[in-house]
Design a protein around this ligand. Structure first.
Ligand code: SAH
Length: 223
């Protein structure tokens, strides 16, 4: 990875970033690996210039097309949960958006597959992956309600847009003992759910972690 890009030269002081990390720790994020990757990753390059000065606030920010870059706390929390069972090889992300969550994941797992339904967002995100020199990401324009069959099965799946119910296809594309982290619900608030596949069976252990607020998982493509 390009260390100059990662240092985010000139944009934000190390102190501002350190303040964000301390806030995540205060909110209960305990994975050192996750905290280190968030500390090292320049969040400002995932935003339009006009908003980049707010990049290290612990808040969701608009990325256009009525979509948002998730709050750092929720990125950290979901990533920490995803990795809680040990290292993962292949992870699927539904909802590439700005590519920030993808970039965090790409530094913690072997391979990330990500799908987005809005073409201009996907294009900007893939430009960022190239700029950062990230080589373990495959990205595609598609409706993530159907997962991404081509690269299945996945050791982990993370959804950054909320469906009303867990899509069957995602369960089908999980590897034995795989983990799915997904906000489920409608409107303003959803439950963050964690489903773990029990061995290679079709049984899943399910847990509700906390209330969250994500954009809805929508069908079809937008070019
Ligand atoms: N992970 C992103 C969050 C972006 S918001 C980030 O770090 O910036 C959620 C994204 O999910 C939006 O970009 C939205 O367009 C996308 N999305 C919504 N429904 C989708 C679907 N069915 N398939 C793929 N992407 C979807």
């Amino acid at each position: 990875m390009n260390s100059i890009e990662l240092a985010g030269v000139g944009m934000t002081s190390q102190r501002t970033r350190e303040r964000l990390i301390q806030r995540l720790i205060d909110q209960g994020i305990s994975s050192q690996a996750v905290l280190d990757v968030i500390r090292m990753t320049p969040r400002h390059i995932f935003l339009d210039q006009a908003l980049s000065h707010r990049a290290y606030e612990d808040t969701a920010l608009p990325i256009g097309y009525s979509q948002t870059l998730s709050q750092p706390y929720i990125v950290a929390r979901m990533t920490e949960i995803l990795l809680s069972g040990g290292p993962l090889k292949k992870v699927l992300e539904i909802g590439t958006g700005s590519g920030y969550q993808t970039t965090i994941l790409s530094q913690l797992v072997t391979e990330v597959c990500t799908v987005e339904r809005i073409e201009p967002l996907l294009k900007k995100a893939t430009d960022r992956f190239r700029r950062l020199g990230l080589k373990n990401i495959s990205a595609e324009l598609s409706d993530g309600s159907f997962g991404w069959d081509k690269h299945a099965p996945y050791d982990g799946i993370i959804t950054t847009a909320a469906p009303q119910t867990v899509p069957e296809e995602l369960l089908r594309q999980m590897a034995p003992n795989g983990i799915l982290v997904i906000p489920v619900g409608n409107g303003q608030s959803q439950d963050l759910r964690v489903l773990k596949r029990v061995g290679d069976s079709s049984e899943f252990d399910e847990e509700i972690v906390e209330k969250v607020k994500f954009v809805p998982l929508l069908g079809g493509l937008s070019r």
